[in-house]
Design a protein around this ligand. Structure first.
Ligand code: NI
Length: 364
């Protein structure tokens, strides 16, 4: 199938580069307009309206309100062929923008700090280009403007709403802007590219009391400290050293006064791993470690463990295609950074679980 997508690409390259350069000022303007109006997950009303307005202007068939605020557009080439999905996430983050640029966020406490404004602009530019050059490709391209990537996740609801059907999608691609790469390059790899993301909250219940009378208490802070130390051994002692994994506790709250033994302690964290065979493993190990330590101290606990996103796994054939196209269109000598990988998570994973595809990073 790879060779049937964009079969005449080489012949079109010089024209393509010129067309992209011509489109560049518009891409930048759209990105800045979206940047000024950041919206959080499942609230991307104005962003969806902006997308719909542009698509309508260009005569592109589309549907709004998919999985709340998602937009699905479809562009047919002049000849029949495979169906490619292009996914762009639309949501912003609850972060205050401190930049002083003239296109800074107009909404206090919200900012496109993860570059999804750029993703929308790039997908819009691609739709604009393809709709004007339907004679240059065979098949169909579907665009998935997706809500809520930052959580709780819009990819799964979109797939459940049937966006991969009618016509059914053969392959899906997507990108994330990634400033860690050298400017003008693309980063990608075959297989796991981004990690599975799982979250947990743990409450440890001890018995409070006076700081000077510890023998009448169960000190939840001491128990929590041992739990935190012991959790470090899950990756170092229980995971195959040839596999990668992370267990991070990012929040710890306990106590109200310096001379009072805290009756309860609360911690929250995240787990990351690439190998899908570790699904369920970390939840079970945390349960064993926390349970064992709490029992030995006479404390009780409650662990809420929630898998959020599976790993982002790239299909070999589609990744080869992305790599070869990137090398062909790149104007920098180091066009592609190989073996690009991060423990960050992404709900693009759900699209890639459903159909073969490739997610990649791009700088500039
Ligand atoms: Ni992002």
């Amino acid at each position: 199938m790879v060779s049937t997508i964009f079969p005449t690409l080489n012949a079109q390259l010089s024209g393509l580069r010129l067309d992209i350069r011509t489109l560049q000022p518009q891409l930048s303007a759209w990105r800045r307009q979206i940047h000024q109006r950041p919206e959080l997950g499942f609230q991307e009303v104005q962003t969806a309206q902006f997308i719909s307005q542009k698509l309508t202007e260009w005569g592109i068939q589309h549907q709004t309100g998919v999985a709340t605020t998602g937009v699905v557009a479809i562009v047919h080439g002049d000849r029949p062929g495979p169906v490619l999905g292009i996914r762009a996430d639309m949501d912003a983050l609850p972060i205050q923008e401190l930049n002083e640029v003239d296109y800074r966020s107009q909404t206090d406490g919200k900012m496109h700090a993860c570059g999804h404004d750029g993703h929308v602009a790039i997908a819009l530019g691609t739709a604009h280009y393809l709709a004007r050059h339907r004679d240059r490709f065979a098949g169909t391209v579907k665009f998935f403007f997706q809500p809520a990537e930052e959580g709780p996740g819009g990819a799964k609801p979109m797939i459940e709403a049937g966006v991969l059907d009618h016509p059914s999608v053969d392959a899906v691609i997507g990108l994330h802007l990634w400033n860690n790469l050298p400017l003008g390059t693309l980063g990608v790899r075959t297989g796991p590219m981004m990690a599975a993301t799982e979250l947990f909250h743990c409450s440890i219940q001890g018995k409070g009391g006076h700081g000077a009378i510890p023998h009448q208490t169960v000190d939840s802070i001491v128990v929590a400290a041992q739990v935190i130390n012991a959790i470090q051994t899950i990756v170092s002692r229980s995971v195959d050293p040839l596999k990668s994994a992370v267990v991070t506790i990012g929040q710890l709250n306990a106590g109200t006064a310096l001379n009072v033994i805290a009756d309860s302690a609360h911690m929250s964290g995240t787990v990351r791993y690439f190998d899908p065979s570790y699904k369920d493993f970390f939840g079970q190990r945390l349960e064993q470690v926390i349970g064992g330590i709490c029992q030995s101290h006479g404390a009780t606990y409650r662990l809420d463990y929630r898998p959020l996103y599976p790993p982002v796994v790239n299909d070999p054939d589609i990744t080869d295609l992305v790599r070869s196209v990137a090398l062909a269109v790149s104007e920098t000598p180091a066009g592609v950074t190989p073996e690009c990988q991060t423990m960050g998570g992404e709900d693009m994973a759900f699209f890639l679980e459903s159909v073969p595809g490739c997610y990649f990073f791009r700088c500039g």
